[in-house]
Design a protein around this ligand. Structure first.
Ligand SMILES: [Zn+2]
Length: 301
């Protein structure tokens, strides 16, 4: 039996836009994350499935009520780190602090134990596998940050594509739920999320996931709240008044963030209607209770 997982990297477009373009962590844009989260929650209610939300610390800080609302619906709350930093760009000490900060803020809000983590930009690769050791030391059960394919900014070529339990160098264990890739025309594609779901026509999305089902392959879908939005994203709304871009640049940025975005809800709904879904934690617990652990050849801190 093949299961899918819908995972949401729960972050605010406007807040991150401010952070990366102006080096300033601002409040989330008014109303946007609320509207987008409600769309996702309604889709899940309508289809009767539970999802995993990887919650970003700096967003949880401004929207604790929304995190509680997601948890109250029975969805899994996990971590997406504190400041949305690429983990391989941080020292081991800074990576540890980012994880500790996000664990504290999110578990203080929900009052529940947190079991899982996804790194921003899938930024766990062969250079910083010690992140997995930090997660295990913080009491987490699983990680879902590794793309088993080398892309320009992320991934580990040849990494095990299946969910598995690993023995770490610190003597602890962790389950890794890798992101899903697919092989078409002799090439591997990271088909299961964000931009790919947005750009592929609906029949192709359905075909890719039907093939997973036929082959008994589990799949991990990853999406972001803004991708479900019904409103047009205007990047000009997300930068301070004293910053101006040329009209052409604004047009290009808007096109990038809005192209085919309106099709996402229908595509995800169609997958939710056709497939069996489990949360990341359900999968991790299954792997833990059924699998032998393999030694992970990591790198020291
Ligand atoms: Zn993210």
């Amino acid at each position: 039996m093949a299961f899918s997982t819908l995972s949401i990297d729960w972050e605010d477009f406007g807040q991150l836009y401010g952070k990366y373009h102006y080096k300033d962590i601002t409040e989330p844009v008014n109303g946007a994350i609320e509207r987008q989260t409600d769309i996702i929650l309604d889709l899940l209610d309508e289809t009767g499935h539970k999802a995993t939300f990887f919650v970003l610390g700096i967003l949880a800080k401004y929207r604790p009520g929304l995190v509680k609302k997601i948890a109250a619906k029975g969805h899994e709350i996990a971590l997406h780190g504190q400041n949305h930093e690429a983990m391989f760009s941080l020292s081991p000490q800074a990576a540890q602090k980012d994880l500790e900060d996000s664990l504290k803020i999110v578990s203080d809000i929900t009052g529940d134990k947190i079991y899982g983590y996804r790194a921003p930009f899938f930024s766990v690769n062969e250079t910083n596998l010690y992140v997995l050791e930090i997660l295990a030391e913080l009491g987490l059960t699983y990680d879902s940050s590794i793309f088993p394919i080398k892309m320009s900014r992320y991934g580990i070529e040849g990494f095990n594509q299946n969910d598995a339990l690993y023995q770490l160098q610190n003597g602890m264990e962790i389950v890794e739920l890798p992101l899903t890739i697919s092989q078409y025309v002799k090439k591997k594609w990271p088909v299961s999320g964000g931009g790919y779901i947005r750009l592929m026509p609906k029949f192709l999305v359905n075909k890719v996931f039907a093939d997973f089902k036929t082959n008994g392959k589990d799949s991990m879908i990853y999406m972001h709240p803004y991708e479900f939005d019904t409103n047009w994203i205007n990047v000009s709304d997300n930068y301070p008044n004293d910053v101006t871009y040329s009209k052409i640049k604004v047009f290009a940025l808007n096109l990038r963030w809005n192209l085919f975005r309106n099709s996402v809800r229908e595509k995800i709904k169609s997958l939710l209607q056709q497939h069996q879904f489990k949360t990341c934690l359900e999968k991790a617990n299954y792997v833990k209770s059924n699998g032998n652990s393999t030694k992970l050849l990591g790198c020291p801190k």
